[in-house]
Unconditional design. Structure first.
Length: 653
């Protein structure tokens, strides 16, 4: 898939470039690619899009991508454990949220096993992130299936912007330690290269009583990137992440019991891209391979191999038309073995193939005033039917500072291999009359299950205003979902103990979400900047006569908070001093009995020169601990996020 490498900023020497010195009124002129797969000004985009610059990320004190996304309107982020996250856009939240496309430098980090993102395994050098482009709403007409509720495009710096060396060290009050090193060098006659490595040992969360939770995690990351002369780039990464959690499976004899679970993720990936002029326009060819080895305790092992190739051609403008087209193909191979009855696969070896093509026409109806964008992606997957995913976007710019847009889009989500093949023990319910005191709940595909893609039709009305001192944005949306995954109860198996209650997975549910997103970014004075956002969301799911399906509908309605808000005050008094105050209010998540909470974080930063930075961060300052989410995959021990302190030093040379 196309990455916005055509858009990055350059640098010279060991000094890195960022948006630190960019006036706020210039942010609307930034060029991003997540909406239209081409360099386009933020102020000209007919979509709800937020760009987190390197400076935004640094000032937030974020140590991971999910943390950085907390302040984006329409995006709800909840920490489940020390390394586990639930990230969703416009309500589709969960540990493996399956309606969100996330890519790093054009490489999709979607996992076909669970149709989501293993956030705990997706580590990155946060200092190397140039920007994060967040598109709320479907992006499937260009990016393909699974870009249902949004697209998150993580763009790292070009190697030319990271010359020289860098060392960063951080530690927190929960016992976490992180160390990272990076070196950028010139390759004479070739280009510029950087190599990097990072290790982390994450501190544990708390239990409700204030004890340390059983959610240790840690790992390492190493990689390189080369930006060559002539428009080509190659990069690769290798990583290992391990974590532990506790499944609170209780019985009538031992209500405090638990089952320890350990996850190990190991993997490598390699990506290459080449851009050149073609027929008066621009062409880009990209290919990557990705290997993941996921292990569950000593009983389960899954090997996932993916090969992906993508071509895109933007033609030279023809009158009022600007055409773009592209082709893509992906091959996936999954080999899953398990000796545990708690998690088995119907087919040990599974292969899937995806072939796709897209076309888009941007039509200038009235130059610099009315623009109509029409496009569609045509995709065939062996995991579902042939899918057509069209879009129509109308934009009106009555002035250079005002933009109003109306969008309609259709998107599809292909079933995951886990949905089609996995047989999983979800837990056990205490039942004193049953042998052993429990009834085991087991989730498995419905008999004769036909793979079908979930679909959404989305409407969006948005307004954006660029001010001399900032920007304002308001977006109203409605998503109508069909053929959602749902569960029905089978007949209780009482042939032999333990008794098993089967829960059959299928695709028949419907739901809709309606919401409003508000955002403001204002320079109050020359030294004080305020960023705020508010989201309100209403989800309605159709209910059925089946108890399990009804329970799934109730869970879907309460899987995300109905409202959340954030406010970030950035004060830069000078002398290398920085003060940040971050306030978040998140409504209750009824599906997991998670109460509403308010969190206050503070950051002090000091950088006496361009070569050294020191930051001290306090999180959850006015609350001992709070619960943010109950895991919807493996009902693991509830982890409460404690009051936490963190210190980090960074040295460039």
């Amino acid at each position: 898939m196309l990455l916005a490498t055509l858009l990055g900023a350059g640098a010279a020497g060991a000094v890195e470039t960022s948006f630190i010195d960019l006036p706020l009124e210039e942010l609307g002129k930034l060029e991003v690619a997540a909406v239209s797969r081409k360099a386009q000004k933020l102020s000209d985009m007919p979509a709800a899009v937020t760009v987190l610059s390197a400076e935004d990320i640094r000032r937030s004190g974020a140590r991971s991508i999910p943390e950085a996304l907390r302040e984006v309107p329409g995006v709800n982020v909840a920490q489940i454990g020390s390394a586990r996250w639930a990230v969703g856009v416009r309500g589709a939240q969960g540990r493996f949220a399956n309606k969100l496309l996330v890519q790093v430098d054009g490489r999709s980090i979607y996992n076909p096993l669970f149709s989501g993102v293993f956030w705990e395994a997706q580590d990155i050098l946060i200092e190397d992130v140039e920007r994060i482009e967040v598109v709320r709403g479907p992006g499937a007409s260009l990016w393909g299936a699974n870009a249902v509720n949004g697209v998150i495009n993580i763009v790292t710096r070009k190697a030319t912007a990271t010359r020289g060396g860098q060392v960063s060290v951080g530690a927190d009050s929960q016992g976490g330690v992180t160390t990272a090193v990076r070196q950028g060098v010139e390759l004479e006659g070739i280009g510029t290269m950087r190599v990097f490595a990072k290790g982390r040992d994450l501190g544990r969360s708390d239990t409700m009583d204030g004890d340390r939770a059983s959610d240790t995690a840690g790992g390492w990351l190493a990689g390189f990137r080369i930006d060559g002369e002539g428009g080509w780039m190659v990069q690769g990464n290798s990583y290992r992440h391990s974590s532990k959690e506790l499944l609170p499976i209780s019985t009538a004899l031992d209500p405090s019991g638990g089952f320890p679970v350990s996850f190990v993720f190991e993997g490598s990936n390699l990506l290459a891209r080449r851009s050149w002029g073609m027929a008066g326009g621009d062409a880009t060819l990209q290919a990557y391979v990705d290997h993941t080895d996921a292990r569950l305790n000593a009983q389960g092992n899954g090997k996932i191999d993916i090969a992906d190739v993508d071509f895109q051609h933007t033609l030279a403008p023809m009158g009022r038309h600007e055409l773009m087209w592209g082709l893509g193909a992906r091959y996936g191979h999954v080999d899953f073995t398990s000796s545990s009855p708690a998690f088995t696969f119907k087919d040990q070896l599974v292969e899937y193939r995806i072939a796709s093509a897209f076309v888009q026409d941007e039509i200038s109806l009235v130059p610099q005033t009315w623009t109509l964008t029409l496009g569609s992606r045509f995709e065939h997957s062996t995991l579902s039917d042939f899918e057509t995913q069209p879009t129509a976007r109308l934009m009106w710019t009555p002035t250079t500072d005002d933009s109003l847009w109306l969008n309609w889009s259709r998107a599809a989500r292909t079933p995951s291999l886990g949905e089609l093949n996995a047989n999983v023990v979800l837990g056990a319910q205490p039942q004193p009359l049953a042998p052993g005191g429990v009834v085991v709940l087991r989730s498995l595909p419905a008999p004769n299950l036909r793979p079908r893609a979930e679909r959404v039709d989305a409407l969006e009305l948005g307004y954006r205003r660029t001010l001399s001192s900032g920007s304002l944005e308001a977006v109203l949306f409605h998503h109508d979902y069909r053929r959602l995954g749902a569960t029905t109860m089978g007949q209780l198996d009482m042939s032999s103990p333990p008794f098993v209650q089967p829960l059959y997975r299928s695709y028949f549910a419907n739901a809709c979400t309606t919401g409003l997103e508000l955002a403001a970014d204002i320079n109050v004075t020359a030294t004080l900047r305020l960023q705020g956002s508010y989201t309100v969301l209403d989800t309605r799911a159709r209910h059925y006569l089946d108890p399990a399906a009804d329970a799934a509908g109730v869970a879907r309605e309460g899987a995300a908070p109905k409202h959340w808000a954030s406010l970030h005050a950035l004060w830069s008094p000078g002398g290398g001093h920085e003060f940040d105050l971050m306030l978040r209010r998140v409504g209750e998540v009824s599906a997991g009995d998670v109460p509403a909470y308010t969190s206050v974080d503070a950051r002090y930063g000091w950088h006496p020169g361009r070569s050294f930075e020191l930051a001290v961060i306090g999180q959850n300052l006015f609350d001992n601990r709070h619960l943010e989410y109950a895991s919807d995959f493996f009902a693991s021990q509830l982890s409460y996020q404690p009051r936490r302190g963190y210190i980090q030093g960074l040295w460039r040379f």
